[in-house]
Each structure stands twice: as structure tokens, then as C-alpha cells.
Design a binder for this molecule. Structure first.
Ligand SMILES: [Zn+2]
Ligand SMILES: [Zn+2]
Ligand SMILES: [Zn+2]
Ligand SMILES: [Zn+2]
Ligand SMILES: [Zn+2]
Ligand SMILES: [Zn+2]
Length: 189
């Protein structure tokens, strides 16, 4: 690829530059087959909708997984989403609940909850300054917990975040990590 081409879009799972897109709808990007597989259960129905020449109205299905109910509306952006908070089991940190994922792990909800004003979260300095690692910030704005209409065209680039101890790159969105006395450490250290 030419060096002056647009940077690769971020992977919707980990925010690293993507090298492939969904072969079905060609509208979702992934860094690896692994993350494509990880995304598939929640993408499967949306993929069909994206490919449809006559898609159903946006308020009739969850914008994160394509399920048709039970549904509710997000507080931050008033979009239709699974009414599935009860599917989440405390302290499992699982990603099953669309509603919980959007309301806790996106800039859309953060920007709304913190009352950052009428501007777009994609351009919000206050959102950006809240994150210690640019990678986490980009991750919350580009992950599949976001609605497709909010695709962030040109998110700022970031350097992979590295473990202070072993210098391994840590994919912040998908790998265990913690802040030790010397800074960020990976789950293996
Ligand atoms: Zn990825
Ligand atoms: Zn697809
Ligand atoms: Zn859903
Ligand atoms: Zn929202
Ligand atoms: Zn904001
Ligand atoms: Zn390490």
C-alpha cells in the first residue's frame, strides 16, 4: 500500500490498525482472524442487515447485535439497543450485554454522562484528556460497542501500549493489564 494512503481503520475489537474487513458486508474492520471470530456472534445478524437492499427501520433492532427484542433506548444517544442488562452476571466482566457495553465502555455514553456539552464526542478534548492511554480512548470510540452511524472517520493514531516490565505490546481492550508502582504492566508479569 502506498505510504500516503489513508491509515487503516481501527479493528472494532482492539483498535489496532485493521488488515481485513468482513467479507459479507465489507463494513466492519478487523486486525486479525481471531478478532473477526470474536466479533462474529454479535455481528452475524447485523451483517445481514447491512447487506440488505431493504433494511428494517433502525428502531426495530439492536444497533449493536441486530436482535429484535426485548429492546430499549440508550440515554446518551437515544438509539435502540438490547434491553439486556439483566443478562450480565456481576463481576464476570463478560461482554454479553449490549446495553451495558454501550453505557459503560464508549465515549458516547461517557461524553453524555459527564455533561461535556453539545459538541460531538469524536472532537471532544475533555473526553480525550480523561484517558491515561490514547489507546484506551481510541478503543472506547471505535469498538463494536458503538453504533455504526458513529463511525469515527479519522481517530488519532496511537503507539501500542507497552508493559513497563517486559516491553511487550499490550492490547488494552482485550488483554489483562494493571497499573503497578512503575506503571502499566501486562497480565503475564
Ligand atoms: Zn483486533
Ligand atoms: Zn459483516
Ligand atoms: Zn444487542
Ligand atoms: Zn450512545
Ligand atoms: Zn466529551
Ligand atoms: Zn509484561
Amino acid at each position: 500500500m502506498a505510504s500516503n494512503a489513508a491509515p487503516n481503520p481501527p479493528c472494532v475489537i482492539c483498535a489496532y490498525p485493521a488488515s481485513k474487513c468482513c467479507g459479507g458486508c465489507k463494513q466492519v474492520s478487523y486486525c486479525s482472524t481471531e478478532h473477526q471470530k470474536q466479533a462474529w456472534p454479535k455481528h452475524k445478524k447485523l451483517c445481514k442487515i447491512y447487506q440488505s437492499s431493504n433494511p428494517p427501520p433502525a428502531d426495530t433492532y439492536c444497533g449493536l447485535c441486530g436482535n429484535i427484542g426485548p429492546l430499549t433506548t440508550t440515554e446518551c444517544c437515544r438509539r435502540t439497543i438490547c434491553d439486556d442488562e439483566q443478562d450480565y452476571q456481576m463481576f464476570t466482566y463478560s461482554n454479553v450485554s449490549c446495553n451495558r457495553n454501550h453505557c459503560r465502555y464508549t465515549l458516547c455514553s461517557f461524553h453524555h454522562n459527564e455533561d461535556h456539552g453539545d459538541g460531538k464526542w469524536q472532537d471532544c478534548e475533555k473526553c480525550k484528556n480523561n484517558f491515561m492511554e490514547v489507546e484506551s480512548y481510541i478503543g472506547q470510540g471505535t469498538s463494536s460497542f458503538n453504533f455504526k452511524d458513529d463511525v469515527w472517520e479519522n481517530p488519532p493514531p496511537f503507539e501500542p501500549t507497552r508493559c513497563k516490565k517486559c516491553n511487550r505490546a499490550i492490547k488494552m481492550s482485550t488483554e489483562p493489564h494493571m497499573y503497578g508502582p512503575n506503571g502499566l504492566e501486562c497480565g503475564r508479569c
